[in-house]
Write a protein that binds this ligand. Sequence first.
Ligand SMILES: *Cc1c(COP(=O)(O)O)cnc(C)c1O
Length: 408
Amino acid sequence: MNKRITTNKIYMDCAATTPVSKSVFDAMTPYFMEEFGNANSLHSFGRDAAATLKTAREKIASLIGSHPSEIYFTSGGVECLNWALKGIATAKRDKGNHIITSAFEHHAHVKACKTLEQEGFEVTYLPVYENGVVKIEDLESAITEKTILISIMLANNEIGTIQPIEEISRLAKKHKIPLHTDAVQAVGSLDINVKTLGVDLMSISAHKFYGPKGIGALFIRNGLKINKLIEGGFQERSMRGGTSNVAHAVGMAKALEEAIKDREKNVVHIQKLSDHLCQRMLSEIPSTTLVGQDAQRVPQINNFCFDFIEAESILFRLDMEGICASSGSACASGSLEPSHVLLALGVSIERAQGSMRFSINKNLTKSDIDKVVDTTKKVVKILREMSPLTPKEDSQTLFKDTSKSKQI
Ligand SMILES: *Cc1c(COP(=O)(O)O)cnc(C)c1O
């Protein structure tokens, strides 16, 4: 386990990124200053780098149940999503122009779909309902003769709900439509074996599972026709140009190995912490809801809506108290638009304003979670007292506390 770098802070944002683990860092270090060769060079430095890259690729391939020739290193999740969507869409344009996805994919995915729409593709965004899960019936009725790709994420990054990819795969296979899944949030929590899932393309990103930032991998099933996104040299079997990032590939392979080896242990630990967090948040802070609470979720992501107040204010006050979580309400552009994910679930705009994501990494403890709840309680109380939206007649119920609040 990593030692926490700043011991008095509690990091509750592993869905945004995770620290590089010590063993991953150690595995990477020789490839910066000593074995720094360009994997395309013909001399011994180059050949060593190429051999190291090959080993990393083989390791990743075997960990997800694929062949090394099906693993393509990229700069991370966003590049994988862009490549999968645009690469398949343009390669299969002669077959059709229809893509099916969900209404709450990652921002990069949403934007790439919008771009494709501008270029004449038709995109169906399946509803995800109150629970944050797509329905197979909806998918089935959305499929047409012209459907060339289905792309649905395995676990949502804002609310954690898990999508029925194996069932989706059966339908995709029946109709011979390639299936991509964004598995970025699923690594370390769910089985990401591409055979079990039955996917043709899968995106993963190392920094979400204790690996370095700036490297990801796109699994592309052999035989699937796809165009390249980044033109350049002969790297990645001429499918993705740019000098290979050998150190990061090694780090990613090591991080993936650990994530898969320790998956059960970590899931049990994180699930316990999440259950404790949810139990206390929901029972001790009135007018609070857990988004997607009836659906299956990855254990690390918990998204709460605190009524009558704004998430940014909660975030800044928690930050001042040394607790780092994420507000789920504002989109990346910093506008006041509520999250497209929450809106897709039918959460009201008012409620979505008070959405906070607490994502739990493997290094946290139960007492960390208690401190998070105690502090959040205090912060929510202060903000609600100041908020004009707080219904005054209810203020007793809103703040009434059963027991432990005295000390905070
Ligand atoms: C973080 C994330 C991405 C983007 O990955 P990067 O490596 O940061 O570009 C894509 N999809 C999901 C679900 C994510 O959580």
